[in-house]
Design a protein around this ligand. Structure first.
Ligand SMILES: Cc1cc2nc3c(=O)[nH]c(=O)nc-3n(C[C@H](O)[C@H](O)[C@H](O)COP(=O)(O)OP(=O)(O)OC[C@H]3O[C@@H](n4cnc5c(N)ncnc54)[C@H](O)[C@@H]3O)c2cc1C
Length: 363
């Protein structure tokens, strides 16, 4: 008001203070869900640049802030170190699955150290991913159970630029490796994690488990169901029934996963597994399965005397609740929470309660 603003703002301390304030505002506004979901690369670049400038700007604004800035820096460096310790550099086999519009990434060298439902952050170090492709790191839920011969399996749906490059690279590599007799391409990858997961919620300690998954959210269900079946076959599970509800765009999406789903149905000897697939688009051309197919696909589940004995033993435990695992778009999870909210309280108590675990591909 005294007309001295220009004079004051040009002082270094005030100048750096303003820069720090601008950085903080950028961090705040561009971290909103709007920017994160629509312009992820802009969000992440802005986040790193603003945070890197904010810390020295605070020190230059007020020297007395140095200990606080140092504390933040130490936490950040520790985080980077821990991430580096949780990172493995290895080779992955990649294969494009056109029916699902995704790339299957198999990492045979990593075959232990995670629990169903956890995710890793993947970096592909290959010239085929473009000039800056190596600099990007993307999260994917692990689609396999630990200690299987195929190792860690990820399914990466084409969702944008990076995942599309990965898909195209898998296509290129597999067509060139078909010529030399291998049939799938290999790339160097950096795998960081695992992170997240179901925490203390043990799916095998409930009486029933339902998985509601959309599109590539099937990854979460695959590893969780496989882990539950293994626990059940070893006599370490209370689950009496497992239900998988998968929502996909096209019925042909079922084709590449059919062998694994049938093997699940066959190996779930004690807790029957029921699978329902809903498709959201009219199929183009011929329906990919003959009418009789699904009746045949359910064959082969073996129920012997052991299974009946175990089932009656589980019955004696009483009901220990229903767990619902939902994975896919945020709207799918919202729908499940809404449906669970509408369940009558008495029914909920009768089954021992209902818990929902949400694993959405967003934040
Ligand atoms: C915990 C978690 C587990 C996931 N698991 C799977 C899975 O098993 N299979 C699968 O197909 N997809 C999964 N996703 C989603 C997958 O990470 C994104 O589709 C992928 O990163 C998109 O990258 P893009 O550059 O191709 O697309 P873009 O067009 O850049 O982004 C598409 C969407 O993905 C988000 N996204 C982009 N890059 C990143 C990143 N580095 N980190 C976090 N989010 C990002 C954006 O916000 C945007 O909404 C998971 C996401 C999260 C957060």
């Amino acid at each position: 008001m005294a007309g001295e603003f220009r004079h004051h703002i040009l002082k270094p301390a005030a100048c750096w203070g303003t820069i720090a304030l601008v950085c903080l505002n950028c961090l705040y506004f561009f971290s909103s869900s709007f920017f994160r979901t629509r312009f992820y690369h802009f969000f992440i670049t802005n986040h790193i640049l603003s945070a890197s400038l904010l810390l020295p700007a605070i020190v230059l604004h007020k020297r007395s802030c140095t200990p606080w800035v140092l504390a933040a820096l130490i936490i950040y460096i520790l985080d980077l170190l821990l991430r580096a310790m949780k990172t493995r550099i290895t080779t992955a086999r990649i294969r494009a699955l056109p029916q699902l519009g995704l790339t299957r990434v198999e990492i045979p060298e990593i075959n232990a150290g995670w629990r169903a439902g956890q995710h890793v952050r993947l970096r592909v170090v290959s010239r085929g991913m473009g000039l800056l492709g190596w600099s990007e790191i993307h999260p994917f839920t692990i689609a396999s159970c630990a200690q299987t011969p195929e190792g860690m399996v990820l399914m990466c749906k084409k969702a944008g630029d990076w995942t599309e490059k990965l898909y195209n690279l898998a296509n290129r590599l597999s067509s060139s490796s078909i010529e030399d007799g291998q049939g799938q391409g290999t790339v160097r990858v950096m795998v960081e994690g695992p992170y997240g997961g179901t925490g203390h919620r043990m799916f095998s300690s409930f009486s029933a488990a339902v998985f509601v998954v959309g599109g590539s959210g099937i990854t979460f269900a695959l590893s969780s169901i496989q882990e539950m079946i293994n626990a059940d076959n070893a006599g370490n599970s209370r689950v009496k029934v497992i239900e998988l509800i998968w929502v996909v765009r096209d019925p042909s999406a079922l084709l590449p996963l059919l062998p694994i789903l049938i093997s699940f149905v066959r190996s779930s000897a004690f807790a029957p597994l029921r699978i329902s697939v809903f498709y959201t688009r009219a199929s183009i051309g011929k329906f990919p399965f003959p009418e009789e197919f699904f009746k045949k696909a359910s064959v082969g589940r073996m129920i012997g005397p052991d299974a009946h004995a175990l089932a009656s033993e589980k019955d004696r435990d009483g009901l220990c609740g229903l767990v619902i695992g939902v994975c896919g778009p945020v709207q799918l999870a919202d729908g499940v929470f809404e449906a669970v909210g509408k369940v009558d309280g008495t029914r909920r108590d009768l089954v021992g309660g209902i818990e929902v675990h949400e694993e959405t591909f967003g934040y």
